[in-house]
Ligand binder design. Structure first.
Ligand code: HEM
Length: 498
């Protein structure tokens, strides 16, 4: 009898354990207590969400659980946890939350790289992007970035008060040159103006709770003429505008490739040796949509970074002076710095990092969606969950960055530098920003050229540090005075731009 007891007890015990493991929901990470049915829907912040997420992070820990009706949402407030979930389980976390119906499906933004679902199409996109934007490829594009930074200096000599417009046009033109090889602008088609308009409409259409169709998907079947179906007519018009914006420059470059007169660019590089009119449809579409996505992903982000740098320099004259002294002592005042000088300019390199950290350009990155169960510690993250990375929160965690609201490049120098923000600012896993090398180069070149030749000062009172809300956050309008550092510096700019 006793012989039987031990195996029976063991069998019962292990069955219970197996049942528990298989069927009992694992513990969820802590988070604010929600209401029945709606969960945390009414506690969700509207605007500058990263501040509330960081507060929840301080209260509940690096992984916070929220429920919006039936949607599981995990907010990650630590680089380590983000990497454990999104880098280590990259194949299970590479999807995007289904874009709201209006902006994604009806207008068509889900064909762009950033909002495309994880799929063979998205993998094809990433293959094209990594071939053309990897470290070596990006390095070859630095002369174009140098020349657009010089355009910015020249424009600032002429009209320093138009700082924002000058940065926008220098970065916009540069991105178009990199992607299409030349400006695509005719009296009827101004690419940059049309792209900016499309981004504005994207932001309107993506505003949460704006369109009833996002909650009641059946509404998408309403006929266009139906009373009250204004959203359908609006979506049809915006979709046509988006497709025109995406296809016109691409077809222009393709036609130039066919005539053998295209300038080198991302698009010509992707088309490669294939005869431009014989590309497989899937590849043709992939080149067209990745090209458009480079402008969308690369323009406003880089502009926000350069504006942040100008704001920081207005507020921190000593840091500005130190940066300029490094350039003048290591490179001289006789020539302008280039990307090749990076190894001799560690302080400028640290400034680039601090620009990325001080006020995060993409404070919440872009949300991921899981497609399979992910186990992290005791927690089970089910498929279909939304993962939000609170990049701003990670960059302002006092246990990682001492005095996080102060602009202090020194934190990245010396024997014990603080955590490198470039590992966080560009996102995680299979969705990590494909333009990060280009972005870092652009920030370095612009910062080095401005510091070598210009002085930035407050215009009256020191400005407040106020940033816009949204996917990309940039300084709100602020006043500063910009003047050449010396007559020689002015000469250098004018000579350099001849
Ligand atoms: C300082 C400037 C930039 C910052 C801070 C930035 C940041 C980011 C972040 C956080 C993501 C989302 C990553 C994720 O989902 O985990 C992203 C995605 C993306 N970025 Fe950037 N970015 C910058 C510049 C650029 C540039 C210059 C380009 C192209 C020329 C670019 C193209 C893209 C694209 C296409 C995606 C979508 C990737 C995908 O979903 O697969 N970005 N970026």
């Amino acid at each position: 009898m006793l012989d039987l007891l031990v195996p029976v007890v063991l069998a019962v015990f292990s069955s219970c354990a197996l049942y528990y493991l298989a069927y009992c929901p694992r513990v969820r990470p802590p988070g604010p207590r929600g209401l029945p049915i709606v969960g945390n829907a009414f506690q969700m912040p509207r605007g500058h969400e990263w501040l509330r997420y960081a507060q929840w992070g301080a209260q509940y820990g690096p992984l916070v659980y929220l429920r919006l009706f039936t949607q599981d949402v995990y907010v990650v407030n630590s680089p380590h946890v983000a990497s454990e979930i999104l880098d280590k389980h990259s194949s299970k976390s590479a999807d995007r939350p289904r874009a709201q119906l209006m902006v994604g499906e009806l207008i068509g933004w889900n064909k762009g790289v950033a909002f495309a679902p994880a799929s063979p199409r998205h993998r094809e996109y990433r293959k094209l992007l990594s071939t053309s934007l990897n470290t070596n490829a990006a390095r070859r594009l630095s002369p174009l970035q140098q020349s657009s930074a010089l355009d910015l200096l020249k424009a600032l000599l002429d009209s320093p008060h138009e700082l924002r417009d000058h940065i926008r046009s220098s970065i916009g033109n540069n991105t178009v040159n990199i992607v299409f090889g030349e400006q695509i602008s005719t009296p009827d088609f101004d690419y940059i103006a049309l792209a900016d308009d499309a981004h504005y409409k994207f932001a309107l259409a993506a505003t949460p709770y704006r369109y009833a169709v996002d909650f009641f998907p059946m509404l998408k079947y309403l006929p266009y003429w139906f009373p009250g179906a204004t959203f359908k007519r609006q979506a049809r018009q915006w979709k046509a505008e988006l497709e025109h914006l995406v296809s016109t420059p691409y077809n222009t470059v393709k036609e130039r490739v066919a005539r053998g007169v295209a300038s080198p660019s991302y698009v010509t590089n992707c088309i490669g040796d294939a005869s431009a009119d014989k590309l497989a449809i899937a590849k043709d579409q992939a080149i067209m949509w990745t090209a458009a996505s480079l402008y969308t992903g690369g323009s406003d982000t880089t502009i926000a970074g350069i504006l942040s740098f100008f704001l920081a320099m207005t507020l921190y004259p000593d840091i500005q002076r130190k940066g300029r002294e490094e350039i003048h002592s290591k490179i001289s005042t006789e020539r302008l710095p280039t990307l090749d000088d990076k190894p001799s300019l560690p302080y400028i390199d640290a400034m680039v990092k601090e620009v990325l950290r001080w006020n995060s350009i993409a404070p919440l990155g872009l949300a991921h969606r899981t497609t399979d169960t992910i186990i992290y510690k005791d927690y089970e993250i089910p498929p279909g969950s939304t993962i939000i990375t609170n990049v701003w929160g990670m960059m302002h965690d006092e246990s990682v960055y001492k005095d996080p609201f102060t602009f202090k490049p020194e934190r990245f120098l010396g024997p014990t530098p603080e955590h490198d923000p470039t590992t966080v600012a560009f996102g995680f896993g299979r969705r990590v920003c494909p333009g990060s090398h280009l972005a870092l180069q652009s920030l370095f070149i612009n910062i080095a050229l401005v510091l070598a030749t210009m002085v930035i000062e407050p215009d009256g009172e020191k400005p407040d540090v106020k940033y816009t809300s949204g996917v990309i956050s940039q300084p709100e309008p602020f006043k500063c005075r910009i003047r050449p550092y010396s007559e020689a510096a002015k000469e250098l700019i004018l000579r350099g731009s001849e």
